[in-house]
Design a binder for this molecule. Sequence first.
Ligand code: F3S
Length: 398
Amino acid sequence: MRLAQEEQAMLAGEGGRAVQKAMQILLALGTIYGAERMLPVSSVQIAGVSYDNLGEAGLQFLSEMAEGGGKARVFTTLNPAGMDIENWETLGISPEFADKQQRVIDAFARMGIITTCTCTPYLVGNLPHYGEHIAWAESSAVCYANAVLGARTNREGGPSALAASLTGVTPDYGYHRDENRLPDIGVQVKAPLGENDEFGALGKVIGEKLRSMGKTVPYITGVAHASLENLKSFCASLATYGGLALFHMPGITPEASALQPPAEYISISPNDLDAAHRSMYDADPQEVDFVSLGCPHLSLAEIARIAQLLQGKRVTKEFWITTARPVKLMADRLGYTEVIEAAGAKFAADTCCVVAPIKGRFKAMATDSAKACYYAYAKNGFRTVLKPFDQVVQEALR
Ligand code: F3S
């Protein structure tokens, strides 16, 4: 790789130990993937924040980077942590875990990173625009950034995203380059779509089919309308089940109009969607003892809808509402929090049902998220009931 003078100086240790380590990480990555140069980034989002995933080795790495003088050079936010930073006791998190998690957050804060912990950074001000090069790590947000915003990012790991933050650059390969953003398969959707759970099922079908075909960038036709909430659900599912980080959808995503659909295509039928939906409904509804909405983190509009549905009612199950702290603050101001908490539901800001340490605590979870279904079982051992948003709220009241 050809490094600019400033990048060479960082590599030589002129910016301190942490910056040197960061540049070594990026240089190794760039060399592996055949990059010729570094690109400046305007935004970073770091994953690997929950102590449940990081463990002691991860905490030590972050502490060393903070002690080594690392400082964020660009706007940087974090992925969800393992607990609500302010309200962890209500969620049944142990003081020992809370102490470790707080030390992780403190290490990031010492590096000048904004400790807003969310997988929807684009809802809280970390909002790159079309064509910007960025370094994001959360898979659902990476897909949203590439496809919906038209920004350019690879799916970074925790260390490489941190390295981009501390140096302000990332290697020029993968989705930063025009040639890797071209569609390699057409997908004709011949099924009606409405709610997040249906977009999640669509993401599962497309993701699994493309993974088996070795395709990576679908050009998807037949979707007439998709809300922001539908798209965040779709992106999460596509990334989870197919490992995909980019798609094009004419009339909905910004790069589609300049591209030609590939000649090779597959079709998605209503039966395909039904089968995917049923595969994420493997619990007996009587077993459901946990309800969670907010994978990816909820928008303010979704929280308003929950408040409307819970007004004057009382939940009968543990019900987590997961969102970014700034969105929760808006919900506080608008009176939604009061209504929701009066009904007995719990806000779980900064965290989610997957990254919190709740393995084995519940039998079965109701959700509208295909991604949450995958990880709830794989990581926490819960069976799942996938339903439309309003019906998930009703499940908490049953
Ligand atoms: Fe976000 Fe957690 Fe889902 S990080 S995308 S809410 S698994």
